[in-house]
Design a protein around this ligand. Structure first.
Ligand code: FAD
Length: 475
């Protein structure tokens, strides 16, 4: 059992009065609560400042709904209204291929966890995950009746393998607490009032004239919507230019299409971008890569796209990808393996026989021969020493020209948004406007694949909800 898992179980059994039963299944731990339990840390009503105060949450996504639930849990008399222009939790629905990768269960400490955020890794190292990290997220969902499992690579999913389980949980908790969820409406304007409130212009899909509402607290959790950035600007915030992150690479090489569908379980890939002003160590990644009909995909490529999102955007998504297809074999060993193979299989054709030590598939071997200008019918005996050395170099430093990006269907996020320097991270409150809070993707935070993006939404929503709830009850 990993450290994280052990902490999850420990914390979980401490929080719940009912006994939790645990079983191993599907390569991960499944926690089953015998009874559904709403843990309410609500402060008694008598202490509430007023029951008239209003929190408006812009956006019914993961961050907004989680934040609303937390605020209403702490301050039951606070009016909490979530305004959602489309369908609530629509990204949760499609996330993780419909399974919802809720968080990541493999990060043993918060500093290590923060390393998974190309934008935010410095700022998230502090209190952010201490207040509400992946273990807290797992506990929260388990306490609210969702059975979770951790897969071998650390990704956490509902045991049901259905994102609807997460949606049902959040929606039923919102209803149970009395959070008002208003759909089909968009918050289009926001301005501070002299009395320290927010005047919000809300437009219904069906009506042309907006209605106006005065809110005591405002939580902007609008994801990557332009309207959300506009609201932040109207309230005095700057916006770091939004650019896509987590995409696959288009590669200029017609012969690569013949390799479509081949997976390399472990390559070392380095992305070089012309005119990149700074050296980004994370632009070298080791991991699986998949050849698609347009180029490269897979975890190592998605990580490169995330770390290179801003520089790639400025370069027009042009760069060079240098791939080491045998990262565990030293170049000198590679040369001697090829020489030994030549001596042993001198009478065999190049295309029919190649060293098994490299773990490469035949289609790819033929591709590499083609790139070296070697014909498959050539016998190993006729290969020159220089050709063997070139083959070894090609396997270690194979260059591909990146000519563009393609959107990855399973996960896609936006880098950029409200800069974290304008946010007090232990409260998720604006440093520019008191009582204004932000959470989720609207901020200049984005993670690599593996559940880190939702974790940012849960943590931010929880911290903002806590700050608002406590202030509403005068704590
Ligand atoms: C296909 C896909 C799959 C993904 N899979 C995963 C995954 O498995 N794991 C993971 O960690 N991450 C995943 N992500 C990323 C994850 O979905 C986001 O990081 C996360 O949804 C961000 O949550 P949020 O609440 O900040 O924003 P959102 O989920 O985008 O919610 C914002 C909401 O605000 C609403 N809104 C915006 N402006 C306004 C306005 N002015 N008025 C009213 N409403 C407004 C929007 O309609 C939206 O519903 C995936 C993303 C995509 C696109």
């Amino acid at each position: 059992m990993s450290f994280t898992l052990a902490r999850f179980v420990l914390l979980h059994s401490r929080v719940c009065s009912e006994a939790a039963t645990t079983t191993k299944n599907n390569g991960g731990l499944i926690s089953t609560l015998k009874k559904r339990k709403f843990t309410s840390t609500a402060i008694p009503r008598a202490q509430n400042k007023t029951s008239e105060e209003l929190l408006v949450v812009v956006g019914g996504g993961a961050a907004g709904v989680y934040g609303a639930i937390r605020a209403k849990t702490l301050a039951p008399n606070l009016n909490v209204v979530v305004i959602e222009k489309g369908k609530p939790l629509s990204k949760v629905k499609i996330s993780g291929g419909g399974r919802c990768n809720v968080t990541n269960g493999h990060c043993v400490d918060n500093k290590m966890l923060a390393e998974n955020y190309p934008r935010g890794h410095k700022e998230l190292r502090g209190a952010f995950f201490n207040v509400h990290g992946p273990v807290d997220t797992m506990s929260w969902f388990s306490e609210h009746g969702v059975r979770l499992k951790i897969e071998d690579d650390g990704r956490v999913f509902p045991v049901s393998n259905s994102s609807s389980t997460i949606i049902d949980c959040l929606m039923s908790e919102s209803t149970h607490l009395g959070v008002s969820l208003q759909t089909g409406k968009a918050v289009i304007t926001a301005s501070p009032t002299a009395g320290g409130k927010f005047l919000l212009g809300i437009e219904k899909r069906t009506f042309s004239s907006p209605e106006y509402v005065e809110a005591d607290y405002l939580l902007i959790a609008s994801g990557n919507s332009k309207q959300g950035y506009s609201l932040a600007s109207q309230l005095g915030h700057s916006i770091v230019d939004p650019v896509p992150s987590l995409f696959t690479f288009k590669i200029e090489d017609p012969r690569l299409a013949d390799l479509s569908g081949i997976t390399f379980p472990k390559v070392k890939a380095t992305l070089k971008i012309e005119n990149a002003r700074r050296n980004i160590p994370q632009l070298t990644q080791v991991g699986p890569v998949l050849v698609t009909h347009w180029g490269f995909s897979g975890p190592a490529i998605l990580r490169l796209s995330a770390w290179g999102a801003c520089v790639l955007s400025s370069s027009g998504y042009k760069g060079t990808l240098i791939v080491d297809f045998t990262p565990d074999v030293h170049i000198e060993d590679l040369k001697s393996i090829l020489t030994q193979h030549k001596n042993r299989f001198a009478k065999q054709k190049l295309s029919n026989s190649y060293p098994s030590e490299f773990g490469l598939v035949k289609r790819f071997w033929i591709y590499i021969l083609g790139r070296q200008g070697l014909l498959g019918d050539t016998l190993w005996a006729s290969i020159s020493k220089n050709s063997l050395i070139s083959l070894a170099h090609m396997l270690k430093h194979c260059n591909f020209y990146v000519t563009g990006k393609s959107q990855y269907k399973d996960e896609f996020v936006t880098a950029g948004g409200v800069p974290l320097s304008e946010i007090s991270m232990n409260m998720m409150e604006s440093k520019i406007q008191s009582h204004l809070f932000f959470a989720g993707e609207v901020l200049n935070v984005d993670g690599i694949t593996g559940g880190f993006n939702f974790q940012n939404a849960w943590s931010g929503g929880y911290i903002a909800g806590t700050s608002i709830g406590k202030r509403a009850v005068g704590a």
